[in-house]
Structure formats: C-alpha cells, structure tokens
Design a binder for this molecule. Structure first.
Ligand SMILES: C[S@@+](CC[C@H](N)C(=O)[O-])C[C@H]1O[C@@H](n2cnc3c(N)ncnc32)[C@H](O)[C@@H]1O
Length: 156
C-alpha cells in the first residue's frame, strides 16, 4: 500500500477554469490530471472544454467519488479514472497535463514528463512551479481568501 505525499486539497473551480483556459485546451484534445482528487479538473475539461480526460489518483475513496460523479453527469465516454500512482503510468498521449502537487513532487516528475510528453504539449501547475522550466505565462487569480498562482509550460 502506498500513500500520497501530497494531501487532497481541491483547486477552486474558478482556478480550474483559468488553468484550462491558459492551456488553451481544445475539443478532442487529451488532458491528464496527475492526482485528480475529486475529479473536478477532468470533469470540467470534458464538460466545458470538450476534451477527453484521464485522472490518476492514489486514494481509493477519491477514485470512487470521481467515478460516481462522472457517472452521475453521464461523462463516462469522455473520462477515464485510474486508481494508481502517476509515476507508474505513461502520460505520453496527453496534450495537456495539470498538476496541483508540491515543488518537490514536480521536481521528481520532471524527467518523466520530459521523456514521455510530445513536443508542444502543455503543463499547467497550480501554485507550485516546475523548477528549471521557463514558464510561458504565470498568472495570479484571487479565490477563497487567497491568491493562487498558475504556471503554464510548453514542452520544447
Ligand atoms: C492537492 S490534491 C489536487 C487534486 C486535484 N488535482 C485538484 O487540483 O483539485 C493532490 C492529489 O494528488 C493525489 N496524489 C498524490 N500523489 C499521488 C501519486 N503519486 N499518484 C496518484 N495520486 C497522487 C492525492 O491523493 C491528492 O488527491
């Protein structure tokens, strides 16, 4: 049994929308959320942006919650929820990857993303930068009593 190094803290919906807008997520593109929590990013990606979305989550209770909500909203044909460790799952088909982890976890993910993602894929990270990558954009958005940072990267 493995436990996440990062606790479940959901991204406010206004911040999720801004992340997906900044990534210019388009209908038919594929989005991966690494550590998808309650599934709010994959659900918005599919519902509002017309993407196919994949969420990977270590916690079984959250995976079950995601699947229940995906079914309730009739989005099963657009969303896949994987119960597993994102370090073990290839993300190479993603056009957009979303992260709300920690700088230290992003640091460990960096070589995997560099190896697997195709050139032109976008990575959007809430609050925690990917040290060593030069962001295309850094935006701040105020919600739930604090300012949230969004970092947008494009794989060279
Ligand atoms: C801060 S929450 C973000 C949830 C969601 N992405 C959002 O922005 O609302 C981080 C999530 O990543 C999950 N997580 C952490 N490490 C993981 C790993 N190695 N593989 C899969 N999920 C992981 C945690 O269980 C938690 O639900």
């Amino acid at each position: 049994m493995s436990y996440p190094q990062v606790p479940f803290v959901p991204t406010p919906l206004s911040v999720v929308r801004k992340m997906l807008e900044l990534a210019e997520l388009k209908p038919g593109e594929v989005l991966y959320d690494l550590g998808c929590g309650d599934g709010r990013i994959i659900i918005m990606a599919a519902k509002e942006f017309g993407a196919r979305a994949v969420g990977i989550e270590l916690r079984k209770d959250l995976v079950e919650q995601c699947i229940k909500e995906v079914k309730r909203q009739g989005l099963e044909d657009k969303i896949t929820v994987i119960h597993g460790n994102f370090f073990d799952i290839n993300v190479g088909e993603a056009d957009v990857v979303t992260l709300y982890l920690l700088t230290s976890v992003n640091e460990k993910l960096k070589p995997k993303l560099e190896k697997e993602l195709r050139s032109g894929a976008r990575v959007v990270s809430h609050d925690f930068e990917v040290v060593g990558w030069k962001p295309l954009r850094v935006e701040s958005i105020y919600d739930q009593w604090r300012s949230h940072k969004i970092y947008l990267y494009r794989v060279p």
